[in-house]
Design a protein around this ligand. Sequence first.
Ligand SMILES: CC/C=C\C/C=C\C/C=C\C=C\CC(=O)SCCNC(=O)CCNC(=O)[C@H](O)C(C)(C)COP(=O)(O)OP(=O)(O)OC[C@H]1O[C@@H](n2cnc3c(N)ncnc32)[C@H](O)[C@@H]1OP(=O)(O)O
Length: 287
Amino acid sequence: MNRAMMMSAAKNLLTRYGSTKNNIYRCMSTGKLTTVDVNEKSGVAVLTMNRLPVNGLNLELLRDIRNDIDEIEGNKCRGLILTSASSSVFSAGLDIMEMYKPNQDRLKEFWTTLQDTWLALYGSSVPTAAAINGHSPAGGCLLATSCEYRVMLPKFTIGLNETKLGIVAPKWFMATFCNVLPRRVAEMALTQGKMFSSEEALKVGLVDELAQSKEEAIEKCQQFFATFAKTNPFARAMTKQQFRSKDLQQLEDEKAQDLEAFLFFVNQPSVQKGLGIYLDSLKAKTK
Ligand SMILES: CC/C=C\C/C=C\C/C=C\C=C\CC(=O)SCCNC(=O)CCNC(=O)[C@H](O)C(C)(C)COP(=O)(O)OP(=O)(O)OC[C@H]1O[C@@H](n2cnc3c(N)ncnc32)[C@H](O)[C@@H]1OP(=O)(O)O
């Protein structure tokens, strides 16, 4: 984060927290594929992804998540908990249909919106947590690890499985993973495309706690936010943003090249072939 960005972030935060210390605001859901519910007492917003069956991250869902994050920030909420309306899938990651035989204009818009959603979530000044109430591969894992805290239900899986799909996870996916896991564990898991069970994820630190139900997971996320009760919100947010600034700045600086690399990669005939085979294998499962 350069000096100008830092000053602007500081100004935003001062405006937000300066005069509104004791007020609670109600956020409204902006999208059709998400809902946002605010606990009026705690001021914590629960952002629920609701694109069933698997919360595949397509352009519209990403737009809704992005707009919700902006609204939650703007409405001075005290925390953001990301969760899913499905009882078995948090998010299946990027909707492969966006990348398979794509319309090129939409493909550009899709990737740019993913970049912006990550920048907004990873760099959010509001405390963030994920209540992971289902499987969370690839892009689903990216969303969860972009949050500051993770509580997961048992018997699901989470990880960056891109190498198993013949895909290279972008640098910012890897940076997000490395912000949570020890470097050695992250490198092994990334190269193997490892999906961790909930129990394994807890053991390596990919998630912070397990919970037996979604309600319990949300409660534990709220308890995490309560650990900031005696901190100054401005100092807290600036500390988080400075801690993450190298990763954020890198994508800000390389956004155009990252988009170009993605478009080049996805349009390779061998990648298209691989995506087609993978989609067929997913669909064959349900027959
Ligand atoms: C140098 C590098 C430069 C640039 C970088 C280049 C490229 C980076 C590009 C991409 C990065 C991608 C990251 C991703 O997120 S890719 C997506 C990876 N996701 C997965 O592998 C998950 C696949 N899904 C599953 O494993 C399972 O569906 C499940 C465990 C999440 C849930 O299992 P269920 O049994 O509950 O549900 P299913 O019956 O399997 O699925 C129902 C339904 O949904 C379809 N579907 C599932 N996942 C996806 C998906 N990700 N995209 C699109 N569609 C999906 C599935 O086919 C079923 O459809 P039908 O009902 O049969 O029609």
